[in-house]
Write a protein that binds this ligand. Structure first.
Ligand SMILES: [Zn+2]
Length: 174
């Protein structure tokens, strides 16, 4: 578990090239479908997978442990493209992943958000965003998006993904 200060000391932050990111989002194939298909051009640190859902570390984390949960099938409307049962099945996975992330990184608060756009990154995905302890009030909530992306080394991400996977597998009763 790391608090806000130790995360900021351990990892530097950078700003993603906005125009390149937008171009990629609007022209490249769906990154979630590519991860599901194990396209080697879209490597990901997968923490959970079943026949309906997949979860993997966000490539551009604003907070340490930021994880995405998505249906394996390409669906675009966060509620409208699901039956209520399908939606709740995905929420069950979201719960399990969020609890694993919360416990692993010692989050003080967990943000769950569904973003995306019909014009780019349209595949439904939920963000599990764990706020570490010690973040000043003014730097919480929307402010976490303004600080830049944490540069977490690949080896660090690989180990974190394994620990999260183990925690999810060890959960019972969910
Ligand atoms: Zn897709």
């Amino acid at each position: 578990m790391m608090d806000h200060r130790s995360i900021e000391e351990k990892y530097e932050r950078y700003h993603v090239d906005g125009e390149a990111y937008i171009r990629q989002a609007q022209t490249a194939p769906c990154f979630i479908c590519q991860i599901v298909a194990r396209n080697p051009e879209y490597p990901a640190h997968i923490v959970y997978e079943d026949d309906k859902a997949i979860a993997f570390l966000d490539k551009y984390p604003f907070l340490y442990g930021w994880t995405l949960v998505a249906p394996r099938e390409h669906r675009e409307q966060v509620t409208g493209d699901f039956t209520v049962e399908e939606y709740l099945d995905l929420q069950r996975v979201l719960y399990r992943v969020a609890e694993a992330v919360r416990r692993e990184v010692g989050a003080e608060r967990t943000y769950l958000l569904s973003f995306g756009s019909n014009q780019g990154h349209s595949h439904v995905h939920w963000h599990v965003a764990p706020l570490p302890p010690g973040v000043p009030y003014r730097e919480q909530q929307q402010a976490v998006f303004k600080k830049g992306t944490l540069r977490v080394p690949e080896e660090d991400k690989r180990c974190l993904a394994i620990r999260l996977h183990d925690r999810i597998e060890q959960q019972h009763g969910t």
